[in-house]
Ligand binder design. Sequence first.
Ligand SMILES: [Zn+2]
Ligand SMILES: [Zn+2]
Length: 805
Amino acid sequence: MEPLYKPQGVEERWQRTWEEEGLYEADPDSSRESFAIAHPPPNVTGDLHLGHALQLSLADTIVRTRRMQGFNVLFQPGYDHAGISTQNAVEKHLASEGKTRHDLGREAFEARVWEWLHEYGGKIMIQFRRIGASLDYRRERFTMDDDYVRAVMHFFVHLWRRGWIYRANRIVNWCTFHRTSLSDLEVAHEDVDDALTYVRYPFADGDGHVTIATARPATILADVAVAVHPEDERYREAVGREVVVPFVGRRVPVIADERVERGFGSGSLKVTPGHDPLDYEIGRDHGLPELTVIGLDGRMNEWAGELAGLSQAEAEERVLAWLKEHDQLEKRESHRHTVALCDRCKTRIEPLISLQWWCAMDELKRPALEALRSGRVRFHPESQHRFAIDSLENAPDWNISRQIWWGHQLPLWECPDGHVTVTEPEPEPESCGVCGSRELTRSTDVLDTWFSSALWPFATLGWPDDTPDLRAFYPGDMNTTARDIIRLWENRMIFAGLEVMGDVPFKDVVIHSLVHAPSGGRMSKSLGTGMNPIAQIDAHGADATRYGLMKMASSQDVSFSEGAIEEGRKLANKLWNVSRLILQASEGAVPDERPATLEEHWILARLSSTQRAYEQHLEAFDFSHLVVDLYRLTFDDFCDWYAEAVKQRLYDGDADARATALAALERLLKLLHPAMPHVTEEIWSYLPARDSRLIVAPWPEVGDETRAAVLDAVKEAAAIFRRSGVLPRLEVEEQRIFDAVVKPERAKANGSADAELTRLRSEVERGERMLANERFVANAKPEVVEVEREKLARYRRELDALERV
Ligand SMILES: [Zn+2]
Ligand SMILES: [Zn+2]
């Protein structure tokens, strides 16, 4: 073994070896119990970001543990076609050639996307390998594969036959650049400075007026009412009368509605259902007409009369001029407010009423709600479980159509009479299902990207066909993701799985934390605060990165800490050094547990109790405590105390000590492998008498009674010792724990447990005082402060360990 451990080179070698030897492979014909995770498919054009790296670290730690525990593991990889974001990337590329997608036409554009994907897409799976994710890469799936497309079409036709897909005019978020509707979650928000214009609407039947305030004067042309709050005294007399809309001269009613904010502007609201989501709701409730004066291109449309064809800014100028001329412009003031932007192109969202396809949710969501309420699917932490239920209860009908070009085209044809024919597109229908007309035109809309994502857990296994994979690996076990896609994805996988497979796709959903920039703000490439996980892997290794990310993982959002990754690297180095010591001092021995001394019983008991804690943390998806426990076991118990205590007997050639040391090391490597797979597999390869790779080595058995008995004896002795401060019964044992565990490190300590506890307590106090001294922390060299911090942490651990032995 090299004196120093360098992850570079070693990690890549093991990643290749595991994959080449087929150790990541799932076997549908195995008789072993299966454990399956369909990993969230990243965007095909994506790059590994910290969220992916965290997700993979968590999921892979579980997957590797289950594999060692003997499960037939499927860790399913693949890509999402990511409709609008891929289209956007290709359009940017085209723009650099001075072209738009309209210059190419739909077919040529799609061909261009494929070409572009072959060149730039799919690289992220190489990055998945670099973090050591043990996905079955042979099974890579893409949501635009022929088989996957067939599954999507089948699902659409299924929902259609159920009668749940319908077409309706509703207000949607419209991007005038992409010319498509967007879900609320594809919309970004930004504060901008605008003007608020106060406009007088004269009463139609005599004197006086109502003043409204608007940030968008050009939409006045589509006003259908003025609304005031029912309890607003100022407007008591106005309700029920009519006012005249400026510029167009239309008479509209003044209505009362509780959704009007009395404190905003003048307290009365112009109601424009065609161009504002709130007005749309008010309009539907009051049975008001829906006029639109802005078209899909964001310009004034033919209903804008003489303003047709103008941009909104030009139209606004014309409206303002008219208002001034007619003395109906009361005032303008500056106005800071939040506007919605297309997340991809940053164009201002135009709320527009548009004819879209919808999926009715009432019946589809009912079994999913039942599964969530009864805990058949459980989100972790609990707060996210409640959020998942709430958001499904309140889920409105799903807008499934998009007007972009890259995606799954709806399997829906219309005849000249407007009859709709829906069928799987292979082969395409020849005639209208209603009137038999042979003039059929396929809808040009594509499906919302999440429509296909909802099928991920079973479409990747061959659904709608009945396949061995589907029988072996559905339902799966868990899914891990960030909370922002609970509504978009998790809930939809649950209702889709229940609807077509008759069972939930997984039992547990782990919602991991979001990792923020060290300064606390949102991570973002454009702000220069994005943390590139590949750079961390290059610098510290994949094992260290996995360890650090898991240490940061909690249900709370956390700030990125490179220190946690460095700690992972130190752990790998420490493990390497102790392994080297044991292996060199135990030449010729084979691993065999033959504990003779108390420190040997003790370390085996510690390995068992840490393993039990590990298994419990894994059940609770508490990865942060899981790695902290591993750190203490390795750094403190194994390296500092046990190895120090047993070292001399190894050098002296004690055969039992050597065999036991190798056996203890073997168990330590097994416990560490799922979190830190590479360094452990590398050390494992130096152990004598190997008959398998560590990745598939059997997980240790715990619960052995002898070991538990030793642990109890140790605990009992420690408890007596703590209560009395003297050594009554078991004193020999007690003294020996102390000698074995503490003394070698503390040769100059005076040999009394009490004195050692006192000494450690005073060291902790001293360290705490020093670090609380702001002058010291501000003025000392950072390395010096860091050394003090480490010393303090170490004294605390030793004190804690001695108190809990
Ligand atoms: Zn856009
Ligand atoms: Zn027809």
